[in-house]
Ligand binder design. Structure first.
Ligand SMILES: Nc1ncnc2c1ncn2[C@@H]1O[C@H](COP(=O)(O)OP(=O)(O)OP(=O)(O)O)[C@@H](O)[C@H]1O
Ligand SMILES: [Mg+2]
Length: 614
C-alpha cells in the first residue's frame, strides 16, 4: 500500500502540505483534488521520486511498477502504433533477448514462454485497441509520431501509460486533451483497471465515474475521504458545518470563562478558581474551521467600443497549405452573442477559431471585421505559448509598455498573482496558475470578441465557475470550444456543429449532441472494421480507399515540398545576411523539412507500388 506518514512538502517558500497521514490500499482508485497550485502534481512527483519530502515519509511497495503519462513525446518517425507498443518495456526486453539468443534452444524456449506470459503475442492487438479507443483511426495508427499535434501527442502519451503493465497508475489531468466520447471510453477503461490508480482532475463527472476514494489537498492539510467526489463534497460540507458549530461552542465557553476571570480575579476567596479558569482559557483552542474555498471572482473588462457586427464570414474556405479543412463557412458575430462550437476532435474547430482570430487566412470567400473589433484569442495551447522564462510583471510590461507598475500589479492581483508570484519567473508555476496568467494577459487589452479554445484545461472548479459567470455578464461576444459540458451549457445560447468540413447551426441540446456523437463513432468503427476485414480476406486493400489514400499522400507531398522551398529560401536569406544564430536554427528547420519530404515521398512510393500490384 501507499503510506504517507507525517508528510510535509515545501516548494520554494510555499508550504504545500504538512502532517499528512493517509494510506491507499492496492486496487483503490483515488481522486486527488484541490485548488490550482495546492500541490497535486507535486505529490505525484514525490510518488515518482522526482522530489524529496521535507519531513515524514511517503512509501510505496518496492516491487510496484509505476506508470505515468510522459510530459513530452519526442519527435519520432516511428508509427504511432509501434511507439505505443514500445512502452511495454518487459515485452521489448524479451524481444531484444530473443533477437540476440540464437543458439541455445532451451534459453530460446524459456524466452518464448516469458513472451507468452508477458502478453507479447497480444501486444499489437491491445495497443491497437487502446489507440482506437483514444480516437486514432486505423490510418492514424500507422502515421509517424512527429506528425501529430500537441493534443494528439498527449493522447499517445496516455496510451503508453495505459498499455504498460503497472501496479500503480498516476494520471495528472488525463481528460484535458480529450473530447467527450474518448473521455467516456477512458472512464470505462479505468473502471476495469485492476491496479491502484491515483488521478488528478478538475472534472467532477469523470471523478465520480472512476474513483472510490478522494484525497483532498486543502490549505496545508491532505485528507483522504472514502467515497467518490460527490460523496467527498457532502462529507466535507458536513465537516465544515460541524467544525463551525464546534468553533461556536468553544467561543461561548471562552466567553463564560473570561467573564468568570474578570469578575473574580480580584477576589481573594475566588482567586484560585479564577487562576484555574485562566489556565483553561489559555488551553482552549478553537477547532479550526476548514477554510472555505475562497471563490475566485473574475470580471471580464468592459470593452471600450462595441461595433454592431464584430466579425463575419461569407462563404469562406480555409485550411493548411494545399489541404482544405473547412468550406462554405457563413457566420456573423454581434455583441452579446454566445456561440459554442461542437464537433469531434480533429473536425476543424480549432482551425475555425484560428481563421476567426486572423491567424489563418481564408482561401476563398471573405472574413471581415469592423475597425473597432478587438479580438482576444485564447489558443488551445495558450498555456504552452507562455514565455515561462519571464515573470508575470515582465510579461505585462512587454504587453503594456508605459503602464505604471502599480497598475500592472493591480491587474495581476485581480488574477491572484501578487507579491513573489508576480515577480518570479513563471516556469515553476502549476498548470492552472499558468492558465490564469494567460487569461490575465489576454484580457488586458479589453477585447470585445473573445475566442476561447478549450480555456478550462487546467483550471480548477471554482475558476471554471468564475469564468462561466464572467461570460454571462460580458458585453462583448464569445465563441467557445470546450469539452466542459457545464461551461458550455452555462455560457452558450447557440451552438454550431463543425462536421464533414462544414459548419451548421445545431439546434439540439448537449445531451442530444453526446448521443449523436457516440452513434457516429460506433458507425465509424464498424466501417473501419469491415474495411480491415476486406483487406485481410482479399490480401489487398480496398482500391477506392487506396486511391484516396494515394491522393492524400500526393497532396501531403506537395505541401512538404512547398514547406521545404520556403525553408530553403529563409535559410539562404539568413545566411546571406550573416545572422549566425538564426542561420543555424533555420539550417535545422531545413533539415527537418527535407526529412519530412523524404518520409512523405517514401510513403507515397510504397502506397503507389502496392496499388500497382493489385
Ligand atoms: N520549483 C518550484 N519552485 C517554487 N515553487 C514551485 C516550484 N514548482 C512548483 N511550485 C509551486 O508549488 C505549488 C504547487 O504546484 P503543483 O504543480 O503541485 O500544483 P497543482 O496542485 O498540481 O496545481 P494545478 O491544479 O494548477 O495543476 C504552485 O504554487 C507552484 O507555483
Ligand atoms: Mg497540476
Amino acid at each position: 500500500m501507499i503510506r504517507a506518514n507525517n508528510l510535509a512538502l515545501r516548494r520554494g517558500d510555499k508550504l504545500l502540505f504538512s502532517g499528512a497521514d493517509f494510506s491507499v490500499f492496492p486496487g483503490q482508485k483515488v481522486a486527488v483534488v484541490g485548488r490550482n497550485g495546492c500541490g497535486k502534481s507535486s505529490l505525484f512527483a514525490l510518488l515518482q521520486h522526482g522530489l524529496e519530502s521535507d519531513t515524514g515519509s511517503l512509501s510505496t511497495p518496492v516491487t510496484w511498477i509505476r506508470a505515468a503519462v510522459a510530459q513530452a513525446i519526442p519527435d519520432s518517425d516511428e508509427s504511432a502504433l509501434a511507439f505505443v507498443m514500445a512502452s511495454d518495456l518487459k515485452v521489448a526486453q524479451i524481444n531484444a533477448a530473443l533477437a540476440e539468443q540464437q543458439d541455445d534452444a532451451m534459453v530460446h524456449a524459456h524466452l518464448l514462454h516469458d513472451l507468452l506470459e508477458a502478453g507479447g503475442y497480444t501486444l499489437e492487438a491491445r495497443a491497437a485497441r487502446l489507440l482506437d479507443g483514444l480516437g486514432f483511426s486505423f490510418a492514424d495508427q500507422q502515421k509517424p509520431v512527429q506528425e501529430f499535434s500537441g493534443g494528439w501527442r498527449m493522447r499517445l502519451a496516455l496510451a503508453c501509460a495505459l498499455l504498460a503493465p503497472s501496479d500503480l497508475l498516476l494520471l495528472d489531468e488525463p481528460t484535458n486533451h480529450l473530447d467527450l466520447d474518448t473521455l467516456l471510453w477512458l472512464e470505462e477503461w479505468l473502471r476495469s483497471y485492476s491496479g491502484t490508480l491515483l488521478t488528478i482532475s478538475h472534472d467532477r463527472e469523470f471523478l465520480d465515474a472512476v474513483c472510490t476514494q478522494t484525497l483532498h489537498l486543502d490549505g496545508s492539510a491532505a485528507i483522504l475521504y472514502q467515497g467518490n467526489y460527490t460523496s467527498f463534497a457532502r462529507q466535507r460540507n458536513e465537516r465544515r458545518v460541524l467544525a463551525q458549530s464546534e468553533a461556536q461552542a468553544v467561543e461561548r465557553r471562552r466567553g463564560e470563562l473570561q467573564r468568570f476571570v474578570d469578575r473574580f480575579k480580584a477576589k481573594a476567596s475566588k482567586a484560585r478558581q479564577a487562576q484555574s479558569r485562566m489556565k483553561m482559557l489559555e488551553r482552549l483552542e478553537s477547532a479550526p474551521v476548514p477554510a472555505d474555498e475562497r471563490d475566485f471572482e473574475l470580471r471580464l473588462p468592459v470593452p471600450d467600443k462595441l461595433p454592431t457586427t464584430l466579425l463575419s464570414l461569407s462563404d469562406v474556405a480555409t485550411g493548411y497549405e494545399d489541404l482544405q479543412i473547412l468550406s462554405g463557412l457563413k457566420l456573423s458575430i454581434n455583441p452579446q452573442d454566445r456561440i459554442g462550437l461542437l464537433g469531434r476532435n480533429g473536425a476543424g474547430k480549432s482551425t475555425l477559431m484560428k481563421l476567426m482570430a486572423g491567424k489563418l487566412s481564408a482561401t476563398r470567400g471573405e472574413r471581415t471585421t469592423a475597425r473597432e473589433t478587438n479580438i482576444g484569442y485564447f489558443d488551445q495551447h495558450q498555456v504552452e505559448l507562455l514565455d515561462v522564462t519571464q515573470s508575470p510583471i515582465a510579461l505585462m510590461r512587454d504587453l503594456a509598455p508605459g503602464t505604471s507598475d502599480q497598475v500592472i500589479r493591480d491587474w495581476l492581483g485581480r488574477f491572484a498573482y501578487s507579491g513573489e508570484l508576480a515577480t518570479s519567473i513563471c516556469g515553476p508555476r502549476s498548470g492552472g496558475e499558468k492558465a490564469r496568467l494567460a487569461l490575465a494577459l489576454l484580457l488586458w487589452k479589453k477585447p470585445n470578441l473573445l475566442l476561447l479554445d478549450e480555456p478550462t484545461n487546467h483550471l480548477d472548479l471554482a475558476m471554471r465557475q468564475a469564468l462561466a459567470e464572467a461570460i454571462s455578464d460580458y458585453e462583448g461576444a464569445v465563441v467557445l470550444v470546450s469539452h466542459d459540458r457545464a461551461l458550455l451549457s452555462a455560457s452558450c445560447e447557440q451552438f454550431y456543429l463543425v462536421h464533414d468540413g462544414e459548419m451548421e447551426p445545431y439546434t439540439g441540446d448537449l445531451d442530444e449532441y453526446a448521443a449523436w456523437q457516440s452513434q457516429q463513432r460506433s458507425a465509424a468503427r464498424a466501417e473501419a472494421k469491415t474495411e480491415r476485414a476486406d483487406a485481410r480476406s482479399s490480401g489487398k486493400s480496398n482500391p477506392r480507399s487506396a486511391q484516396r489514400a494515394i491522393e492524400k499522400l500526393e497532396s501531403k507531398m506537395n505541401a512538404c515540398a512547398g514547406a521545404l522551398k520556403q525553408a530553403q529560401a529563409d535559410f539562404d536569406r539568413a545566411s546571406q545576411s550573416g545572422q549566425r544564430q538564426r542561420t543555424a536554427e533555420l539550417g535545422a528547420a531545413l533539415k527537418a523539412a527535407q526529412k519530412t519530404l523524404d518520409a512523405a515521398e517514401a510513403e507515397w512510393l510504397g502506397a503507389a507500388e502496392a496499388q500497382n500490384y493489385q
